[in-house]
Design a protein around this ligand. Structure first.
Ligand code: ADP
Ligand code: ZN
Length: 215
């Protein structure tokens, strides 16, 4: 099964993707995570994309399509993939369709996670992540444990905030979403692939809504 999680920054795509990985044994492909990993390991690619990412703009289609192509062609994919943060432009959506067709695969569902802007800003500016396992925390709803031990991986970890999780970059990210990514809603709706879930529900309720939408 191949699924796309679509929605603005802060909609909860990463959180839900991680749950689906465990429940359905799917592989998560997050272009955001791949690009951040490239930066951390200091590769040429990482250096190239750093400024663009920190400003909240989109990396070129060529780069992200290349990353996805590499993953899809090197990996046998077991039960399929969850695409999280990809595709983000119509060109990326077309490229993904072609790649899946080349591999004899298809897209099973696109889940649109709807959250209003006000909630997004509140969520993102309160967000931090376990540097060890990637578990997401939130100052209001899921604070970092006071003993510094991550509830997911059990390690005494560092909890880091993303460089682009500030109000200025967030404005740019939201604008990029509405201008470049939201046309995908119509694109997948027209293909009959789209299901919409209310991303303002609790994490468990969002997960339950996604479950209903999946084949
Ligand atoms: P968000 O919380 O904004 O959904 P991501 O972790 O998915 O964040 O992505 C972080 C940044 O990485 C984006 O703002 C963008 O610069 C870059 N990026 C990630 N995925 C893509 C993509 N599919 N196309 C272009 N740029 C991307
Ligand atoms: Zn952890």
């Amino acid at each position: 099964m191949n699924i796309i999680l679509l929605g603005p920054p802060g909609a909860g795509k990463g959180t839900q993707a991680r749950r689906l990985v465990e429940e359905r044994n799917l592989a998560q492909l997050s272009t955001g995570d791949m690009l951040r990993a490239a930066r951390t390991s200091g590769t040429e690619l990482g250096k190239m994309v750093a400024g663009v990412m920190d400003r909240g703009e989109l990396v070129t289609d060529e780069i992200v399509i290349g990353l996805i192509r590499e993953q899809l062609t090197n990996d046998d994919g077991a039960n399929g993939y969850i695409f999280d943060g990809f595709p983000r432009t119509l060109a990326q959506a077309d490229a993904l369709g072609n790649l899946l067709a080349e591999l004899g695969e298809k897209l099973d569902r696109v889940i649109l996670m709807e959250v209003d802007d006000e909630a997004l800003v509140a969520r993102i500016t309160a967000r931090s992540t376990c540097a060890n396992c990637g578990e997401v925390y939130n100052d209001q709803t899921k604070p970092i444990p006071s003993d510094g031990v991550c509830s997911n991986c059990g390690e005494k970890a560092e909890f880091t905030r993303r460089a682009d999780d500030n109000e200025e970059s967030l404005k740019t990210r939201l604008l990029a979403y509405y201008k470049q990514t939201s046309p995908l809603v119509g694109y997948y709706y027209a293909k009959g692939d789209l299901s919409t879930v209310d991303g303002l529900q609790s994490m468990d309720d969002v997960a339950a809504s996604i479950k209903v939408a999946l084949p």
